[in-house]
Ligand binder design. Structure first.
Ligand SMILES: *Cc1c(COP(=O)(O)O)cnc(C)c1O
Length: 422
């Protein structure tokens, strides 16, 4: 049996209607920006394998570091024990974050990083004898697929079967030049009941790469701080260089109470999530009363291999040549967006750092299930490019090791595909 047949027989793929899905393409190996399939075809991975890959596939430096770590310590219980990779990673990461971030809590992925953040905020109130049950989030938010993370995400086709089981969230508009005052009065009325405000800074990724202004977010954050509302900044997608700066936080002068990381954290090599918090949050759990403890953990909390991969990836990220290449991607995207804006099948061209997105004008109703997305995806695959639209939203989120020539190859193919009547 072929790999494709064997896969069909046993595997259930994410976000995939298995009845109608075509065969999954077996990938035999990866190198840099390329993936190689079982038929010898190669593809440029311009979505960074779901926005995680920073330094390319099978990066030899990260592989070497993880291999060495595997030979000395692969895993240890993180209650009662610790290890250097976790200590070093926390030290290195905190140095890059807003000054108020003091402590690092480890988990396994972006959704768990969000769960931990929500629990910190709800118990923060509880530990002070208050029960706060409402949470503030943006319309179109996406924070993950576990129950808490789903609850704070926009209600959609993805969350529909679970609607009754999700907790109470107040969804507000993204701040713009006109609505700030109305948002403020909306929040002010209920600020005592709000456990926290959670948001994706600058870019709402899964909603379709919706982008908004740092200045406006900063004003809203300032208001929340004044109202005593805790803020969770979900940088699971925007972290580690995606926005052109190391973190979206680098565009803001206000600091959140809690931050969430995953995706690019290990350069896309190992699963891991991180929730960082300020001393104010941490201190609210210090007590002689053992019920004030944060009772949360995962079997693989602070896995030494994942920590080592993250250390190696961050080392690569901070190299001059990586930072220069991030700038190159930003500049080339910006130039190409001018070309895109001229195209009659394109609207809402937008860019934040290394993320370039636009809407494919379809002339009829658009949704996540739009056939356009599927046809565009297949057309790009034939051209050796992995581009996975969100409905009719097309976007580029390349690994940082992509070359100028490879970007030009992608841009050229995009221009050609846009000209075809799809
Ligand atoms: C992807 C994503 C998550 C969820 O991360 P997983 O690792 O897929 O669980 C949470 N928040 C944001 C902003 C994301 O983009």
């Amino acid at each position: 049996m072929s790999l494709r047949e064997r896969d069909k027989a046993v595997n259930w793929h994410p976000y995939t209607q298995m009845k109608t899905a075509g065969d999954a393409i077996p990938i035999m190996r990866g190198k840099g920006v390329y993936l190689f399939d079982d038929d010898g075809n190669k593809y440029i991975d311009v979505v960074s394998s779901w926005w995680v890959t920073l330094h390319g596939h099978a990066n030899p430096y990260i592989a070497q570091r993880v291999f060495e770590q595997m030979n000395s310590l692969e895993q240890v219980i993180f209650a009662g024990f610790t290890h250097e990779p976790a200590i070093q990673l926390s030290e290195n990461l905190l140095k890059l974050l807003p000054g108020n971030q003091e402590k690092v809590f480890y988990s396994d992925n972006g959704s768990t990083a969000v769960e931990v953040a929500l629990k910190m905020c709800i118990q923060f109130a509880h530990n002070q004898g208050k029960e706060k049950t409402k949470i503030l989030a943006f319309k179109n938010a996406y924070h993950g697929d576990t129950f808490g993370a789903m609850s704070v995400s926009e209600r959609s086709i993805w969350t529909k079967p679970f609607g009754k089981m999700l907790f109470e969230v107040i969804f507000i508009d993204i701040p713009n030049s006109e609505n700030l005052e109305s948002l403020q009065s909306q929040i002010k009325n209920i600020s005592d009941e709000i456990a926290c405000f959670i948001y994706e800074p600058l870019v709402q990724g899964a909603a379709g790469m919706l982008m908004y202004d740092a200045e406006r977010l900063n004003e809203l954050m300032k208001f929340c701080r004044e109202q005593g509302i805790l803020m969770i900044q979900d940088e699971v997608f925007t972290g580690f260089g995606r926005t052109g700066k190391l973190f979206a936080a680098d565009y803001l002068s206000e600091s959140p109470d809690i931050m969430c990381f995953s995706k690019g954290l290990t350069g896309g090599t190992m699963p891991m999530g991180i929730t960082t918090c300020s001393g104010k949050i941490f201190n609210a759990f210090l007590s002689d009363d053992k019920y004030k403890t944060l009772f949360h953990g995962h079997s693989f909390t602070a896995n030494p291999l994942s920590c080592t991969a993250a250390l190696a990836s961050m080392e690569l990220l901070l190299k001059d040549e990586t930072l220069e290449n991030i700038n190159l991607i930003c500049e080339k995207h910006s130039k190409f967006s001018q070309t895109l804006k001229q195209h009659s099948n394109v609207e809402n061209v937008r860019q934040t750092g290394t993320i370039l997105a636009w809407d494919f004008k379809t002339g009829h109703e658009t949704s996540y299930f739009n056939e356009i997305g599927k046809r565009v995806y297949e057309e790009f695959l034939l051209r050796g490019i992995v581009m996975r639209p969100l409905g009719n939203v097309m976007y580029l989120v390349p690994p940082y090791c992509i070359t100028s020539g490879e970007l030009d190859f992608i841009y050229k193919n995009i221009s050609e595909v846009l000209d075809i009547k799809i």
